[in-house]
Design a protein around this ligand. Sequence first.
Ligand code: UDP
Length: 329
Amino acid sequence: MNVLITGGAGFIGSHLVDHHLHLGHRVHAIDDLSTGFGTNLSEALKSPNFKFDQQDIVTWTGLEKAVQWADVIFHMAAVVGVKRVLEDSLKVIKTNLTGTERVLEAAANLKWKPRIILASSSEVYGFNTKPSFSEKDDLVLRSDDHFRWCYTATKLMDEFLAQAYVMERDLSVTSVRLFNTIGPRQAGTYGMVVPNFVRQAAGNRSITVFGDGTQTRSFCDIRDMVHILTLLAENEKTKGKILNAGNDQEISILDLAKLVKKISKSSSDITFIDYAEAYGRPFKDVDHRRPDLTELNKWITFEPKWTLEETLEDLAALEEKKQQLRMPA
Ligand code: UDP
């Protein structure tokens, strides 16, 4: 099977690459390395079944050929991370809209059309205050702090594009609203909480909780997420659907900080930072973000394999190794 992965050097994309190579598939990854890293592909690059192009999906003239080659496409290329979204909005909008349209249009023009998994985001639920979000829930974008929603709006538009291509051009696309996902290779540079906490704890530096730490999130191990996305790709019956994907175990950010500290055997203190200071501007956080997985479970048979503790233990061990390597002998 031929698998094309856009955003293939990113956190989720590169794990998809490794998984599909492991399954014996031929894999072609595209990434402009703006937020992804070449090092994420160091194992993959040893495989004769792997090809990588450092290209921007917005401008790359080889995209149509790459799409034509593919049986399955995981369209993961997007600019993500709260900080990045606030600092580089034009790039966010162009990559997330034009990039998606190009991939879908190229696929729709083919006689034999590939199956497509499109990465959307739990961000689309916005400030919905329900304890967990199901696909039928309202999407609540507020008018204050208007610009912050530009990422969210592009992801919503991607879903609409996908729906339109399904209805009018018979494409087989499934849009997946990805909830918080964690694992090796996730960069903390753009504000993601777990890599930040794990790095701070390993260095015995203050663990920085934004706000009062009562906000909650549900974290899915990357290995589980890759499994979910792969099962969805295999299930043609999910064509045209919009589905949540993630893990529904919930934890407050303060409890997460305590758990990371304990698992890392760290002497860090836990400090609270105002959102305005953390983001350099006033910022209203989403209080709770937990997926309702009822709809997903109608379509795939899936039980998460990894608990939050297990994932954090792996990440803490990896970070300790990294920090030892950086230390002078
Ligand atoms: N967060 C934090 N400290 C950090 C980074 C993030 O307390 O160093 C908080 C952030 O305010 C949010 C939660 O952790 O409430 C998850 O943040 P992330 O950016 O990882 O995911 P998202 O907010 O997009 O769900």
